[in-house]
Design a binder for this molecule. Sequence first.
Ligand code: ADP
Length: 606
Amino acid sequence: MFVRFLKYFFLIYKKHFSFVAKYKWKFLVSFAASILLLFLLNYAYFAIGSIIDSVNANDAQNVLGAIVKIAIILSLPIIVEPITFHFRSRVFSSVVKDLTAKVYGNVMSLDYSYHTDKETGKLVSKIINTGDVVTMFIWSLDWFTIENLASLLIPLVLISTISSKIALAIFLIIIASLPLFTFALRFNIKRRKILKEADYKRNSIIVDGIGNYETVKSFGRKDEEQHLLDESLLVCESTVNKYQDTFRLIDFVTRLVGIILFACGGYMVYIDFKSGMSSLGESVVVLTYLIQISNRVMGLIFSFREVLKNLPIAEDLYDLLDLKSKITEPPNPVSLSDPEGLIIFDQVEFSYDKKKKVLDKLSLTINPNQNIALVGPSGGGKSTIVKLLMRYYDVDAGSVKIDGIDVRSIATSDLSNVFGLVPQEPVLFNRSILFNVGYSLSSEEGVLRESLSQIEDACEKAQIRDFIRSLPDGYDTVVGERGIKLSGGQKQRLAIARVILKDPEIIIFDEATSMLDSESELAIQKAFTELSKNKTTIIIAHRLSTIIHCDNIFVIDEGQLKESGTHAQLLKKKGIYATLWIIQSGGFKKKLTLNGVNNVKKEFIN
Ligand code: ADP
């Protein structure tokens, strides 16, 4: 068990040390200085013994000599202490910086499937824990544990020069008490785990409640949410109390061991003094050290506890660095610098969970500069087609090609340059409109200001310029978290403007299902027409009225291509498309039952 723990510990420490290694000289200087510092601080007590003996023997000359010696020993830390802490704190801040950047970089490089499954709150708190983890290693472990251990061992060595028997007895008492400490610590860590679980639950209730404020309000469920939180807070309160109680156990064990140490050691000092084996000064030194050792045992236990407490947090954090994207870079990427925009899906099969097929032997071709639409019942696989095209996922079988090149052979950076995506519900950064629209150009304010006329131009084409100009802060207006201060239509037009600015070869437009007012819808249509000029465009269409002019319409259902053709051709076929068209254009309203498409289809065919 102990060996397993050591293995686990060193595995994590090795990962931590790979970050410290970059600053190894600073680390070593600080480490050596701290050992010297501890020795100096502990040795001063030892020297007091000779003062007492000299006082006892009325030897004034020696008293003065010993005082000078102690003064010199105590003055050295003036130089050594700042060196210790200066270098240690520099290593700390540099490692926090490097580790945070690396973890964030790795998480951001992970694929779409990781990011769909993640719990944002948990992930963010893991990354924010970086400071705690590095504190644990650099302060709790490399400093406090070493400080406490040294402040325990150095006196023990110094005592052994006076009486090896007493030193051995102290050592044995400490070893014998280890199981007691282990028991108390394990109990403490176990209760802490329960407390953390309760904390997570409470936090997720708060995050969920605040995040769903609108839903809570519109359903009038505020009191129920409050009740849910109150219950969770009660659990937290009781787990905190139980956790705090475990500290009383640790206190009790450490005090008990301290008393045993002092009582046994003190008795042995008394025997030695009585038999004349040690002088008065030596006896005082040993008694002083006994008190120090008792206190240091407590310190050591608490610094161990800090380490044990934070090891799982460190493990979680370093695990994030080990995650690898399932979407790998091709070993010999094919360049796609000036694509034409020919897209071919060839016998594509795909499932998200390897259980249920989402796309089943799907083949379709989109010619360069064509305007095409994907339509069909919800859950049929339209968005999945787009995700495979953008290589958010890899196909299970078959292939997806752009200009005849398999998307898996194209460098991922090249691939993201090819596409411009206007999502159904665009998510904006909680920054200015200038930043959000100019996102593909730069993140730097200065560059964005220089490109203002270009940005304005894109906004004009996206039918949103006049609106922005009417705002008191114009392009400097901050749009709120995820763009909450804008309407759905305004967000979509901003998203169109930023894609116009990016000027990609293939445009993907996930049409908004929300009820946009007809003015917004018209503006979006106009913006989209501007965006799609001379481009290959794919529209995931929810309202068929918007796609009747498309060059080709693919009807996707149950992961298969069921029909394709122009609007007129598909109507003539009297299949799924024609049925959907009738439903949406309000025909056969009286005969429409709530049983869905199939019933309506029957009515139509009959
Ligand atoms: P559409 O765009 O036609 O509405 P989708 O392509 O979004 O359909 O979804 C097709 C099927 O795949 C649905 O059954 C959906 O539940 C499932 N699906 C979509 N995304 C995921 C995901 N990330 N994990 C598991 N299943 C998913």
